[in-house]
Design a protein around this ligand. Structure first.
Ligand code: NAP
Length: 300
């Protein structure tokens, strides 16, 4: 996806599957790219593709104005960046942190960055390495909007969807946990669980798959999640569709189905537990989005 972006200097720290894809996308967009990886051998293909290879993190920090970090976790990232030598060299530069982190870790890193005069944008990658540098490449960014705007010419190399989600530094990490960790992963697990039920009952998986696709688009899922947000916002879960009592009766039946056909029942029993808790809280005649009351943060 080479484009007309102004060439910038960018260092990529961490050349795992994702870091390598990021570095390739920056090279494809004609930026001057420097790479560093703990296991030096992973730098060779990128050097062959035109990247400079730094001998240390400090050298990678020196070489570029924008430092993109993509290692396993924040513990690894902190071990690389939080040394007096590296911190000093990062002063006045911009760190784009694409390592997956917890909201709390992004807040700690923001405080560290401020303390050391480092501009910091936190990103959450919504996709696989193969998506990076394609038009569909999507990354959420949080932090200072001015810093985001300044590094956008670099970030656009990763895909057209460089989405700024807010100045609260934890926003991208929280959305990552919600969109991928909770929603997508939960939906994928729910799909697999349904596949096990169909499989146990001799229902072809292709039939199940095509009906799930209909359910998502344009059927049940979109209006359901929209209703959830409306009800949470109102703080009222009263409705005329189906009560939690009715849902719980249905889910109890599902527990029985899995006991009958030998599919593991722990998953569905776990979900039932939340419905029963919401009912115990007095929401039996409400609609099922009331389960949010079991999940939500307590202010004590
Ligand atoms: P990966 O292929 O396992 O690579 C991990 C990278 O972290 C390697 O460069 C590794 O260096 C480095 N590393 C690990 N521990 C280190 C340490 N203590 N010190 C220095 N370097 C260390 O993982 P990945 O798929 O590239 O994922 C990297 C980040 O991207 C993760 O936070 C992940 O959640 C995020 N992400 C990945 C995907 C994906 O689809 N892969 C999607 C979204 C977000 P060595 O090569 O020396 O081992």
């Amino acid at each position: 996806m080479a484009n007309e972006l102004k060439p910038e200097t960018v260092s990529v720290i961490g050349l795992g599957a994702m870091g390598t894809a990021l570095a390739k996308a920056f090279l494809a967009n004609n930026h001057r790219v420097t790479v560093w990886n703990r296991t030096a051998a992973k730098c060779t293909p990128l050097a062959d593709a035109g990247a400079r290879v730094a001998r240390s993190v400090a050298e990678a920090a020196d070489e570029s104005d924008v430092i993109v970090v993509c290692v396993l976790d924040y513990a690894a990232s902190n071990s690389l960046l939080h040394t007096p030598d590296v911190a000093g060299r990062l002063s006045g530069k911009t760190v784009v942190q694409l390592t997956t982190g917890r909201p709390q870790e992004t807040r700690e890193q923001e405080a560290w960055a401020k303390q050391h005069g480092v501009a910091y944008v936190d990103g959450a990658i919504m996709g696989y390495p193969k998506d990076m540098g394609t038009p569909d490449g999507t990354v959420l960014y949080a932090g200072s909007h001015a810093v985001f705007e300044a590094v956008l010419p670099v970030l656009l190399s990763l895909g057209q969807h460089a989405l700024f989600v807010g100045e609260n530094i934890a926003t991208a990490a929280a959305l990552d946990a919600s969109l991928i960790g909770s929603y997508s992963f939960g939906a994928a697990l729910a799909f697999l669980y349904g596949a096990a039920i169909c499989d146990a009952e001799g229902v072809p998986l292709d039939t199940y798959l095509s009906m799930v696709v209909d359910l998502i688009n344009p059927g049940f899922v979109v209006p359901t999640v929209q209703t959830c947000v409306e009800m949470i916002r109102k703080g009222s879960y009263a409705g005329a569709d189906a009560t939690l009592d009715v849902w719980a009766a249905g889910v109890r039946k599902m527990v029985q189905i899995t006991r009958d056909n030998g599919v593991d029942s722990a998953y569905i029993e776990g979900l039932l537990g939340y419905l029963e808790r919401a009912i115990a809280m007095g929401h039996g005649r409400d609609e099922f989005p009331a389960v949010f009351e079991c999940f939500r943060k307590r202010t004590v």
